[in-house]
Design a protein around this ligand. Structure first.
Ligand SMILES: [Fe+2]
Ligand SMILES: [Fe+2]
Length: 469
């Protein structure tokens, strides 16, 4: 299923046939471009070797070429429609999916789309200054690839708002450009998207942990009975895979370089040799993992139970689950803190769906930590990285307000605060990382704190001119 590039807004949704919708989106487009100019990448470039979607089919959906960033063709691409797709879960299980928004679910669906939509431009804003300190042209290109695709994901959500939610939807689409990451007056909706991404270690951690949250949220919306939302998210997930790749291999390369320096100088204290010490890497993991866990919301939620029952939002890989997909009689075990101790409580599975999704996410996060530990072991080092306890440094859900150590002990506030600097990046850690961030814009060269990638992009070598400045 190919995409029509003859249009001002490339699309595979027959925009040419729907003049009202096309006009509405064409009037939003200049505001998007203005937002991109003001809030998008701060580093001026001539062109960037970018991947652009040209079809949405299983094979060969992407085309690679050097493109000036402002000319990137942001468009609206939905995965192919499956004939006879049926609702896979909830009280309408087995019935045909919806091509229109049912009136009784309008407000909830709109809210889900707005919350997802708000994260997409937020990450572009968070990352806008990173180009100024890119460790290589290869990394710079990957940053811009992530940025243009997050911009496109905004388009994806704005299309749904314009096409299916009338005047209110159009107003929400305006607001998506008016809120800004970290803004005092109108911040982004979710906490993690108001944090800074001030350095490249943070960027790799963000794309590993926070983009991965996005993957899981999109996975639940891909199951939606509202078919246009499902098809939109299905295609977004294909693009999202590259963002995970940037995070996973980015942290790989930091750990690789750190391990080399530890061996070469026979010390953990590699800061003076221009590397990022392993304990600082661990503190960054602790921070990014814990703020990303907050994105899953509270462990118990009647809203999420209602979304599931109504068919708005499913579970991760709903159709692969071996149960009745209604969960009206099912139970789940979730953690809680009671009288200073961690305990497990049994709850109706429907109200514990946030915890279910979070569990899938945690298992996925652990695979990266295993990779990084294999790299350390490969250098003959005993040191290991780990994921902190799910209750560590949390602001949302049952652990909020408690003081839990990375190894899962419930502490009093004083003890926790006294240890904070061993667990979370300190001002000095951040300053050390920041001081290492100097741009390397020469093809084939790389900053000293990170190893080069094993492969280039799309079969190109590492020393390819991925970006022309
Ligand atoms: Fe995204
Ligand atoms: Fe992403």
């Amino acid at each position: 299923m190919s995409i029509d590039y003859s249009e001002r807004i490339p699309n595979n949704v027959d925009l040419a046939e729907d003049r009202r919708l096309r006009r509405a989106l064409e009037s939003w487009q200049p505001r998007f471009l203005q937002w991109w100019a003001e809030m998008g990448p701060a580093l001026p470039t001539r062109d960037v070797y970018l991947r652009t979607a040209v079809s949405v089919g299983r094979e060969g959906w992407a085309h690679f070429d050097h493109v000036p960033l402002p000319d990137y063709r942001w468009g609206i691409f939905l995965a192919e429609r499956k004939d006879d797709r049926r609702i896979a879960f909830g009280e309408h299980k087995g019935r045909p999916v919806w091509q229109r928004v049912p009136g009784e679910h309008r407000a909830d669906l709109q809210r889900l789309i707005v919350i997802q939509g708000d994260t997409e431009p937020a990450s572009v804003e968070q990352q806008r200054r990173l180009g100024l300190t890119a460790p290589s042209l290869y990394d710079l290109r990957n940053l811009f690839q992530v940025n243009v695709e997050e911009g496109r994901h905004l388009w994806a959500m704005v299309y749904l708002l314009h096409a299916y939610f009338g005047r209110e939807g159009r107003e929400e689409a305006e607001q998506l450009l008016k809120r800004n990451s970290g803004s005092e007056d109108s911040p982004r909706i979710l906490g993690a998207f108001n944090e800074e991404t001030p350095d490249w270690l943070s960027f790799y951690m963000f794309t590993y942990f926070t983009d991965r949250d996005g993957k899981y949220q999109l996975g639940t919306l891909k199951e939606s009975a509202f078919d246009p939302l499902s098809r939109t998210c299905e295609f977004m997930l294909k693009e999202e895979a590259h963002h995970m790749f940037v995070g996973t291999t980015g942290v790989d390369r930091v750990v690789e370089r750190t391990a080399q320096l530890m061996r070469e100088h026979d010390t953990d204290d590699i800061g003076p040799y221009g590397g990022i010490p392993l304990d600082v890497v661990q503190k960054y993991i602790n921070f990014h993992y814990s703020v990303s866990l907050d994105l899953f919301g509270g462990e118990t939620s009647t809203n999420v139970a209602n979304y599931f029952t109504a068919g708005l939002k499913g579970r991760w890989q709903e159709e692969r689950r071996a149960d009745d997909h209604r969960l009206t009689d099912a139970f789940a075990v979730v953690p809680r803190v009671e009288r200073g101790r961690l305990v497990d409580v049994r709850l109706p599975a429907l109200t514990a769906l946030n915890a279910d999704l979070r569990g899938e996410y945690i298992a996925d996060c652990a695979t990266g930590v295993n990779r990084w530990n294999r790299i350390l072991a490969g250098h003959g080092l005993d040191a290991t990285l780990y994921l902190p306890h799910v209750g560590f440094n949390r602001r949302v859900g049952v652990f909020a307000g408690h003081h839990i150590s990375p190894d899962g002990r419930v502490l009093d506030e004083g003890s926790w605060e006294a240890a904070r600097g061993r667990w979370l990046p300190t001002a000095a850690d951040k300053e050390h990382v920041r001081a290492l961030m100097r741009p390397v814009y020469e093809p084939g060269k790389i900053a000293a704190w990170v190893a080069p990638p094993r492969n280039g992009i799309n079969g190109r070598p590492f020393d390819y001119e991925y970006v022309h400045l």
